[in-house]
Design a protein around this ligand. Structure first.
Ligand code: ZN
Length: 168
């Protein structure tokens, strides 16, 4: 649109003279008086890489809680194994084994519990899905005063539910 410098009325861009008051619609340089159309720039779009977006969207606390459960089960198993090695009677009753098995069970619980602790940390760091699952199974096998298996089973479920959150 060309605005008339005299009367202010709008005229088509191609007009040389105002349609209302007949004033000239060009400035001294010969260019027509054109009111530039206001250009609204499009709002800047936030570009977020897709992979990052997906990663953030699917992150849950499940692997962390699962890992903590497995590690706790592992700690209980190690403590239980240590008590078996020093010949605590409770361990005998719990495993239903004779005295000759105390050393075997003591070592077994400690090894299995250590495995659960080490592999349970894989769930917390979200590195190694298979390892974290194996850790949970070791946590179940560790017996852990009868509480450990439930903790480790809960951990196993939480870890299994968050497969896509693990790096590998
Ligand atoms: Zn005019």
């Amino acid at each position: 649109m060309a605005k008339c410098p005299n009367c202010g009325s709008d005229n088509p861009d191609y007009a040389f003279y105002c349609g209302r008051c007949s004033a000239e619609l060009k400035d001294s340089s010969g260019k027509p008086y054109v009111t530039p159309r206001p250009v609204t720039p499009p709002p800047p779009r936030k570009v977020v890489p897709r992979l990052v977006e997906v990663k953030i969207a699917t992150r849950t606390v499940n692997p962390m809680i699962g890992g903590v459960c497995v590690i706790l089960a592992g700690l209980l198993a190690v403590l239980q194994g240590a008590l078996a090695l020093v010949g605590e009677a409770q361990i005998l009753d719990m495993t239903g084994s004779g005295n000759g098995w105390l050393t075997f069970w003591g070592v077994f619980f400690i090894v299995v519990g250590m495995g659960a602790i080490l592999l349970g940390s894989r769930a917390i760091s979200r590195t190694g899905y298979a390892g974290a699952l194996i850790g949970a199974v070791l946590g179940i096998m560790g017996v852990g005063f009868g509480i450990g298996p439930f903790l480790a089973l809960g951990g196993l479920v939480l870890i299994a539910l968050s497969r896509e959150e693990f790096q590998y």
